[in-house]
Ligand binder design. Structure first.
Ligand code: TYD
Ligand code: MG
Length: 471
């Protein structure tokens, strides 16, 4: 017994990766766990067994039961009252679940969660570990979030927070943020991996024990990862990502992990003076500033989850610098995909794109990654390069393969219907698209193509001097 306590007191220096949490007895420039550089930080007093999070409390936990006898009434999502959030969560927040909301500083996490608490009926608790109670109250006033069942606790110490949960018995707790929570029982410095992980574990236990829904705010690093606690992603039930351009009002909410539903739905908000408001008709918003008759623009009905959204893709090409590899710059779309499509456009589409610098973006701050965009990207670039605008009433979608073939993508009928709703009259679609209705009222004219070269001809943007391959 005595020997055990001396060894427990011995201070070991440990280093932990602030990205993946992997521990190492020695400092190194590169983490052996995730391979990231410069992420190892000293854990004061060493982590090890002493600081391992307490195991799940055995109380209230029953033994095995027949799956049909397990009670599910508390495991159903409760609507939050914010439709865009409910859409992403597949209905709402589940009692006893823990959700991590990640996003860059200033993106609107605190605003979103205060609005969530304001809409929710029943007792709720907002733990502010970053801002003072006064600051939060002033913000809540602006957001019209002052209501008697909303409790506020400006506190960084975890035991105090847990006591507050015991006292106020809320149905929903928001911890803003998990990186600023401190558990004095752990000897590591505030913000260290051990602290973040330890605090999160205790809060997860608390959520499960009391069947209270907990939302943790997590800051992300510059490359978009949740700072420190990638380990946290395994602990929580749901990971939400809140993103957008700093200087754009548009905010996108996505689920990266969700134990209670699908992860592909997109929530769209706009940041205005009175907080975040839902974007009810994103297609109209994304096309609001579109100017027709300009080369390098293509309109694509893309799919986010089950929702079709019509977006404008823009491209610009300029002659590259001799003897310097040409640039492929992508904004809002995948850079690797753009490079691949440019190679296909050159080899299979016959466009002399190799020595051109190519800039491509999704207009309006959208961030998209979906194969249905491929054909739109290719046509926008071909239009930019040939200086021929695409017809104003033309929309396109389809995946482009390495062989220059145009492939079918999901939800073709929804895409066509959405484009028709917005007044587009012509569409270039993959030849193999399943019986896409020529729109309900027959006003949509569909051009089916099976190769990129065919699509270029159909759009009338075969590059100057290009020799398109025969279809
Ligand atoms: P905030 O929720 O504090 O971001 P986070 O918690 O992710 O760091 O949002 C801060 C930004 O939002 C700030 O730049 C001001 C802006 N904002 C508005 O435009 N309108 C509002 O009603 C509020 C509350 C904030
Ligand atoms: Mg905040």
């Amino acid at each position: 017994m005595a020997a055990r306590s001396t060894s427990a007191k011995k201070v070991r220096t440990l280093y932990a990766c602030s990205e993946c949490g992997a521990q190492s007895p020695r400092w190194a420039g590169r983490c052996t766990g995730c391979g990231d550089w410069n992420t190892l930080v000293e854990e004061v007093g060493g982590g090890g067994g002493d600081e391992a999070p307490a195991p799940l409390a055995p109380s209230k936990r029953s033994g095995p039961a027949r799956i049909g006898d397990v009670r599910t009434d508390t495991a159903r999502p409760v609507p939050t009252g914010i439709d865009e959030l409910d859409r992403v969560l597949g209905g709402g927040l589940v009692a006893g679940s823990v959700t991590l909301l990640g996003g860059e500083p200033g993106i609107g996490k605190s605003t979103l969660l205060l609005q969530l608490l304001a809409h929710r009926t029943g007792t709720t608790l907002y733990v502010s570990a970053e801002e003072s109670a006064r600051q939060v109250r002033l913000r809540a006033e602006r957001l019209d979030a002052i209501r008697p069942e909303l409790w506020l606790h400006a506190e960084t110490s975890l035991p105090h927070v847990i006591r507050a949960i015991e006292e106020t018995r809320p149905e929903l707790v928001v911890i803003d943020s998990i990186q600023t929570m401190v558990d004095p029982d752990l000897s590591s410095a505030p913000g260290s991996v051990a602290q973040v992980r330890g605090c999160a574990h205790r809060l997860v236990n608390e959520a499960k024990e009391r069947e209270v829904a907990v939302v943790l705010v997590g800051h992300v690093t510059k490359d978009g990862n949740l700072a420190g606690p990638r380990v946290l992603e395994h602990v929580v039930d749901t990971v939400l990502q809140f993103e957008g351009e700093r200087h754009h009002a548009l905010r996108l909410l996505r689920a990266v992990k969700h134990r209670f539903g699908p992860t592909n739905e997109l929530g769209l908000f706009e940041m205005v003076g009175a907080g975040l408001v839902a974007v009810p008709d994103p297609s109209t918003m994304f096309l609001a500033d579109r100017r027709t008759g300009i080369p390098g623009s293509a309109v694509v009905p893309t799919i986010e989850g089950r929702r079709p959204i019509v977006v404008e893709l823009q491209a610009l090409t300029t002659p590259g610098v001799p003897n310097v590899p040409s640039r492929r710059s992508a904004q809002g779309i995948d850079g690797g995909r753009l490079s691949m499509l440019m190679a296909v456009l050159g080899r299979r589409g016959g466009l002399p794109i190799g020595d051109q610098d190519v800039y491509a973006s999704a207009a309006g701050g959208a961030k998209l990654a979906e194969p249905g965009l491929d054909l739109g990207i290719c046509l926008a670039v071909a239009s930019a390069m040939s200086d021929v605008p695409l017809p104003a009433d033309l929309a396109v979608f389809g995946e482009v393969g390495l062989g220059g073939e145009v492939r079918q993508v999901g939800h073709a009928p929804r895409r066509v219907t959405e484009a028709a709703r917005l007044g587009f009259g012509r569409m270039i679609v993959p030849a193999s698209s399943p019986d896409v209705d020529e729109s309900d009222d027959g006003r949509m004219h569909l051009v089916r193509v099976s190769t990129l070269a065919e699509a270029l001809r159909a759009a009338g943007v075969v590059g100057r001097g290009a020799v398109p391959e025969r279809a």
